[in-house]
Design a protein around this ligand. Sequence first.
Ligand code: ARG
Length: 559
Amino acid sequence: MNTKISQVIKELFGHDTEVKLTRPDPQFGDYATNVAMQLAKPVGKNPREIAEAIADKLRESGDFTEVTIAGPGFINLRVAAKGIATSLNNDWSDSYGGNNDGADKTVIVEYPSPNMAKPYSIGHLRPGNQGWAVKRLMEVTGWSVVTDNHLGDYGAPFGVWVVGFLEYSSVQQLEKDGVYELGRVYIETKKALKDEQAAGESILSSQVQEWLLRLENGDPEAMDYSRRFNAISLEHIHSVMSRLGISTDHELGEAFFAPKGKLAVQKLLHEGVAVQNLDGSIIVPLDDFGFDVPLLVQKSNGAALYATTDLATILYREETWRPDRVVYAAGSEQQFYFSQLFAMAKKLGINTELVHLWFGMIDQTNEDGTREKMSSRKGVVLMEELLDMAEQKARAIVDGRDISEEDIKKIAVGAIKFSDFAADRRTNILFDWDSIFALTGFSGPYIQYAAVRVNKILRDVGSVESADDSYDYEAEKAVLLKVLEYPDVVRLAARDLEPHKIATYLYELAREMNRYYEVTRVMDASDSERAARIAVLQKVSHVFTHGLSILGIEIPSQM
Ligand code: ARG
């Protein structure tokens, strides 16, 4: 449709223009464009005049049932449903919705990057969901994608665990409760450290330092503890990730980069990018990048920091993958840190586009109606408990019908994930079980149900003969217009790294489908009508599958 208008503009005025079509209120038309206003300056005529000329040509073309001009030069267009069906057929392919915008480009997407030796909590739900969706967006738009789980498996907590394990736990206890025992020990030890500090003592804290040093020096006992805790944690992390349906190609954590960090810091010193303070600590001044706070890359005692491992990570990735872009899915509280880190990379002459994919908090409503960061009685909300609860809710909405366990799990995970895309990722989201599982409204189950329904019709109808040429597609017009929008939605979502745009679109498509079923029969239509309608439903089914797969949501076989 827009290429047709571009052609007309070229003929009339000799200009190459990309025509943007919007969807006005249906009473004005199916599409609208303000291109005449944009052309006023370059063409040197008033917009109304330009719009008239374009409108005349468009009317002559016979592709539009109505062309009107509104206001200072908006062109409103109405199209014959059949024309839309033809357009869609022309654009159609097995990968409809995707594109090749990212051809020859490589992106590294990093998620969910949880921290070891703690149970996986709701704190790493959004990094996983959003990171996965961005990975998928990059894939369907032609990028080469490398994914990495940047595990938090290094640094101070390790010392806390060993000390805590020796003080408050046992091999049997650890074997029995695994990562939950590690989590318990961690909290208890942290509390003891705090009490100790308040009392002006430092017995435990110096033990913590000692274990850390031993680990850094490769002491066998320390290494053994680290291996043991890591194995327990990793198994747990993988099991949660697998329930969430996410995975990564690589799993290079902080511990992998820590030894490389030391060398990198030396290199920075050598090149004069970093400077050493009198106390021995090493910093990278960033005042030339507008930060009054420098980035600390090595402590006075020589220990590596978060920034040290991230510095080594950046260098390693540059060398290994030569990415055009790196996306870090991590919480909003790290915004300042990442802006410093990225400034340092610039200072090192690295021009790769580094993106901090951040998101708002997950809130809950308290009994008194106030809103606060989601937590549970025991503290953080644990992912395994949340997923168990979600499965219970999913079981409740299918209400005793014979639905497979596999489908229940798809509904449970779909509901939780979809709620993550309820709004722009930067806004805080409200975790509310009732709306997450609402069968009417903006929810995963609502979209899944719409997809299941289409798929069921397609299954039940069996094979059909090809559609009759005389069919007018009037009943399908709104659905067709919606399907035709999809590739642009994907393009925008990928451009802005905003997967929620896919979710919003899918919701609109689901609503459009529900309106359609209210007035149109598919199964008991005449043969030729049915064939045409089924061909449309096949496209709708493709779009649901494609869009939901970007969000990492599977479609149940039954609901
Ligand atoms: N493990 C960190 C956390 O849970 C997130 C890691 C983000 N990625 C990075 N390269 N620093 O807060």
